[in-house]
Structure formats: C-alpha cells, structure tokens
Design a protein around this ligand. Structure first.
Ligand code: 7TS
Length: 420
C-alpha cells in the first residue's frame, strides 16, 4: 500500500499507520475496567473519540459559543463559519457535488425518517411498494413500515442466504412497476456484510427507482463516494466515525431534495413567514429547523479531518487484518459458530457459542475488561432469519489490535470453562 516512489504515494506515506500512536490519541483507551485494560470492541454501537475531536468541541464552547445564521456579531459569525466548514468537510469526505446536499441530522435514524416522511409522504401512494432487505437495522425498517401503513403501501424484503449475503436474483424479482423506493444497508451492523449497493443502484436506476443507502457502518469502514455510487440518498451517524453523538448527516441528490417538502417546521428553515403563508429557505437549510447541534457538527467535521489524516485506506487495511485474524482465532474455538460469513465483510464479527447465552458471554468478558455487544443489535428480523435470539458481536475500529483480539479469545475460552 505504501509506495514512496511516486508523487501521490508521498501523501500516502505521510499517513503511515501506527496503531500504538493512534491509541494515544484516544484518552478513554487508557481506562481500566474491573482493574483490567479496557478492550473496546463495541465500535459498531459507537466509536471512541480522539482528543482532537474532544478539543474541537471544547474549543467551540470556550471560544465561539453562539447561535448560527442569525447574528451579525463576531461570535455568531465565527460559529456559523465553523458549522458550515463542517458541512464542507462532509461534502469532501463523501465526494458530494455541493455542500447544499449535506443536511445535518441527529444521526442515521433521523436521516432515514426525514426521507421516509418527506419524500415518502409526497411520493408513495396506495399499492406502491418499497424494498428493503432482511438485514436492516430497525432504523431502516420502522420508518418505512410507518409510511406503508399510512399510505396502504407494501414493504418487500430482499432475502439473504445462510452466509448473510443478499440474494441478488431475488432482489431483481422483487422489482416491478409498483416499486417506488429502495432503502438498503451498505454494511450490516450485525453481520458485517458489505452489500453490492452499486449493483443494486444500477439496477434500480434502469427503472428510475431512487435508492437510499444506510451508511451508518459504511463511512467508517469503507471509502464512500456518493457520485461513484450514484445513490440518491445516504444516511450516516457521526458517533460511529469517531465523532460525537447526536449529530449525523443526510446526503441527497439536489433535484430530489429540492422537490421534497420540509420535514420539520421552525426557525432557520424559512424564507418568509406570514400567518397566511410561509416560503421555505434554500437547501440545505430547508431541512434544518431550529438551533442545530452546532458543537456536534464541528466535532463531526473534526472527526472527518482526523480520519482523513490517518487515511481511510490505511484504516481499511488495518481493520481487514483484524477481521481476518479474529475470524481465524475464534474459528478454532469448539462450539463457536460465526453468524455471517459473507465474502465481502467489514469490521464485525458476530457469533454464538453452543449452550451459552450471549448475555452470559458479554458479562464474563466484561470482567476481563472486554466490551462487546450482545443482543439482537436492533436487527430482530435478521435474528429470526438465523433462528437465534441474539449474537455476541465484536466490532473493530482503527485503534484495535491483535493483542486485544487475543484477550477476547482467551476470555471466550474462560467463559466456556465456566459454563462448560
Ligand atoms: N443503521 C445501522 C446499520 C446501524 O448500525 C445503526 C446503529 C443505525 C442505523 C442507527 O444509527 P443511529 O446513530 O441513528 O442510532 N447501530 C447500532 C448497533 O449496531 N449497536 O448500537 C447501535
């Protein structure tokens, strides 16, 4: 990956990946849990924050706290510039054409709800069909269910195979003249499967069907380029890419966003208000009613800057090696079954242990300082598909190490001894 012989490679080589150095940037990783070193493997739920991000949020509150877009005074202007700079950072990171295509939301959930409520209510009619997949997070199921209920429309589900991969042929069969929207997860939070979203989008566009990508687990593990993907919408959360909670973004194509009615009414989203009529502000402000999470947006911008400086390619390489190593290590544990062994996978290792409930595994690992997630991961239909109530899930980030995976594996062996 690092080649110092060409000019472009010089930039790459500057981004030399040193996991121990990266770990020093994350203060929480120095923490002890039950007197053990913290081994944080619950990154799909939320990632830890580097000092760079924490400091930017702190700096906002200590030097520029002020409401945005409305003050002529210096503080308000500084805050507005910082907030809008974060929007440009996101635009560049996902390679959007314009910054007006980036709408700040509270996260993936709100971004999907925005599209379902605004685009959905305006465009979905009785008898129409919306396609999602069997591996969606509840955030990409329930908003569409609500819409279907309201409109008397139908939700269609792309089935998956035993490896946890979408069955593309079945997807093709589901698409028909009633299909009016497709919303799929890019990377599954429970399985780690990377879905063939470009193929899905290409196919859908032959029939002029818009596609939303749930990018919650994609932007932190893959190079996401919205122009290359040609997706119509992309939703993601800041807290899963080393940024703060309570902030995320929706990307949308301008022609779609322009035609959509507002999602929420209030300050900042208007152009002119009279009691008779209100006209709306231009994009992206039309969808940003009320005082936003200014510090959060600045924190997310900082997180993206941090990730870009490390280099997403370097992060991918590192996380791929962690996934390979951990898959190999846990495969040798008797009675352990990996749930989700798709050919294309990122960042997530889900498994079940014979005769031991995932919550017991999680509790025992916690005593070893290891934080994993156990449960249905907000993907209950997926659990039903595999006929299990829950899985144990280790999910990786740029700061994790092979030594931490060894701690996980030893913890699992101990758990088996206790319960075996
Ligand atoms: N979509 C996917 C694929 C997710 O993984 C999550 C959160 C969401 C949507 C919702 O994101 P939010 O930031 O709006 O809450 N996933 C998880 C998880 O796997 N464990 O906790 C949260």
């Amino acid at each position: 990956m690092i080649n110092t012989e060409t000019e472009t490679a010089v930039t790459v080589s500057k981004k030399y990946f040193d996991v121990n150095k990266i770990r020093e940037d994350f203060p929480i990783l120095r923490k002890k849990v039950h007197n053990k070193n913290l081994v944080y493997l619950d990154n799909a739920a939320t990632t830890q924050k580097p000092e760079f991000v924490i400091n930017k949020i702190n700096e906002y509150y200590t030097t520029m706290n002020s409401n945005i877009h409305r003050g002529v005074h210096a503080l308000s202007q500084t805050a507005t510039e910082a907030y809008e700079r974060a929007r440009i950072q996101i635009k560049q990171f996902i390679n959007a054409l314009g910054k007006n295509q980036i709408i700040f939301t509270r996260g993936t959930t709100e971004a999907i709800n925005l599209v379902a409520s605004s685009y959905g209510r305006a465009n979905i009619k009785e008898g129409d069909e919306i396609i999602i997949s069997h591996m969606e997070h509840h955030s990409n199921i329930v908003p569409w269910q609500l819409l279907c209920k309201e409109k008397n429309a139908k939700l269609r589900i792309i089935p998956i195979n035993d490896n946890g991969e979408l069955i593309f042929k079945e997807f093709e069969k589901l698409v028909n003249e009633k299909t009016k929207f497709i919303s799929v997860v890019y990377v599954s939070n429970s399985l780690g499967t990377i879905n063939p979203v470009k193929r899905i989008i290409n196919y859908a566009h032959q029939f002029n069907i818009p596609v939303l990508l749930d990018g919650a687990q994609a932007v932190n593990h893959l190079k996401v380029d919205v122009q290359d993907l040609d997706c119509d919408f992309l939703a993601f959360s800041g807290h899963k890419i080393y940024g703060p909670t309570g902030i995320g973004a929706l990307y949308g194509k301008v022609e779609l966003l322009d035609a959509m009615p507002p999602y929420m009414g209030g300050g900042d989203m208007i152009s002119k208000v009279t009691f008779e009529e209100t006209t709306y502000n231009e994009l992206p402000h039309k969808f940003e009613a009320g005082t936003p999470d200014i510090a959060g947006a600045i924190g997310l911008g900082a997180a993206i800057e941090y990730v870009s400086n490390i280099g997403i390619e370097n992060i991918i390489e590192h996380e791929t090696s962690l996934l390979e190593y951990s898959t190999k290590q846990v495969s040798e544990i008797p009675g352990l079954k990996i749930i989700g062994d798709a050919k294309e996978k990122a960042g997530v290792l889900s498994f079940v242990l014979e005769n031991i409930h995932p919550h017991d595994i999680g509790t025992l690992l916690d005593f070893e300082g290891v934080a994993i997630r156990t449960g249905h991961h907000c993907t209950q239909p997926l659990m039903q598909r595999f006929n299990i109530p829950a899985t144990s899930r280790a999910s990786f980030a740029m700061y994790n190490t092979k030594e931490e995976i060894d701690v996980l594996v030893n913890g699992l062996k101990k758990t088996i001894k206790v319960f075996g």
